[in-house]
Design a protein around this ligand. Structure first.
Ligand SMILES: C[S@@+](CC[C@H](N)C(=O)[O-])C[C@H]1O[C@@H](n2cnc3c(N)ncnc32)[C@H](O)[C@@H]1O
Length: 323
């Protein structure tokens, strides 16, 4: 029997909650790809930070639950609507998790320190102005500040404190987040890393990175710290080589699509706020209203009124900038 994941038709939704998208699917695919290892690993406690719709934590519980009953699942989100939606998604799949509304895992750091065996995160990673980070509602799903790293850089030390000695972290990143530098930061904390899934969508290049504590690296790191050396060139080279293919695909697949969107946006005096895995945010110059566009279907939704907005991706624009 193939391992189950959450069914999209049973995933609940709310206009202020991130719907499962390419990045969510890539994260679940990474967990599926590593499922046999996770089962051998016998986790007792799994945590998702930023659970959104609940698609990922429900999928994790379903894919492990068949063979590993008794695992305890936690999920956090800073957006209270997300926790309500996640509860509905879990109930619809007859799985359970303890849900908490908090910044990253701020209320869990004492209770779960050194206890989390599997941690999964699809963070807000879209480069935005810093003032957009931490806004209420759906904006918290993508606003990542400079290089999309504001929230990611706060999650890494939390993960280090929460993970058990055998703990694994799976995290979604974009090329623009400088994933090799994230790996170097984690390496300095004694973690090895590898890309479990890499996927180039039409407008971004996603990679799901797995981190785990490695005693050899911990020795290396001690040496680096005590002798005040920087990370050895061989280490940098091996990290960089993991990511080098990504820039090729990213350039090839994304450039033409983005050029079309930018040209059409300019024609209509529409400002593009951000691109992320399968959506593009635009802002009308006149009213500053935000529209969220699903690039794959070419349909945008005004997040305020929920009106569908056909847009300009199919060549000639059908979108009228009446906002
Ligand atoms: C890209 S969405 C991912 C949602 C879901 N995990 C998925 O993959 O579909 C990021 C989620 O992180 C949440 N989030 C953003 N900043 C957070 C923070 N500081 N602490 C906890 N959750 C946060 C957002 O509300 C959003 O639900």
């Amino acid at each position: 029997m193939s391992p189950k994941t959450a069914q999209i038709r049973l995933v609940s939704s709310h206009p202020e909650v991130y719907e499962p998208c390419d990045d969510s699917f890539a994260l679940v695919d990474a967990l599926l790809a590593d499922r046999t290892n996770i089962l051998d690993h016998c986790p007792r406690l799994c945590l998702e930070v930023g659970c959104g719709s609940g698609y990922v934590i429900a999928s994790l519980a379903l894919m492990l639950g068949q063979e590993l009953p008794g695992v305890y699942y936690f999920a956090t989100d800073i957006n209270p609507h997300a926790l309500r939606v996640t509860r509905e998604t879990l109930d619809a799949h007859a799985v359970d998790a303890e849900l908490m509304c908090m910044d990253i895992a701020s209320g869990l750091e004492k209770r779960l320190a050194g206890m989390v065996d599997v941690m999964v995160v699809n963070p807000p990673y879209v480069p935005t102005p810093d003032y957009e980070v931490g806004r209420e509602g759906i904006a918290s799903a993508w606003a990542g500040g400079e290089n999309g790293r504001s929230v990611i850089d706060r999650i890494l030390p939390v993960a280090d404190r929460l993970l058990s000695d055998k703990g694994w972290l799976y995290m979604v990143t974009l090329t623009t987040n400088d994933p090799s530098q994230i790996c170097l930061l984690m390496r300095k904390k004694g973690y090895a890393s590898r890309i479990v899934v890499q996927r180039s969508t039409e407008e971004e290049s996603l990679h799901i990175i797995k981190f785990w504590r490695d005693s050899d690296i911990q020795l290396d790191t001690k040496e680096i710290l005590t002798t005040n050396k920087s990370v050895p060139a061989r280490v940098k080279d091996s990290l960089v080589s993991q990511f080098s293919q990504l820039s090729f695909w990213r350039g090839k697949l994304i450039r033409s699509q983005r050029r079309r969107v930018r040209t059409a946006a300019e024609d209509h005096s529409i400002q593009i706020t951000a691109f992320m895995s399968c959506i593009c945010l635009i802002k009308s110059q006149s009213s500053k209203k935000r529209i969220v566009i699903d690039i794959s279907s070419g349909v945008g939704k005004d997040r305020v009124t929920e009106n569908p907005e056909p847009i300009f991706l199919s060549g000639k624009s059908t979108w009228s900038p009446r906002h």
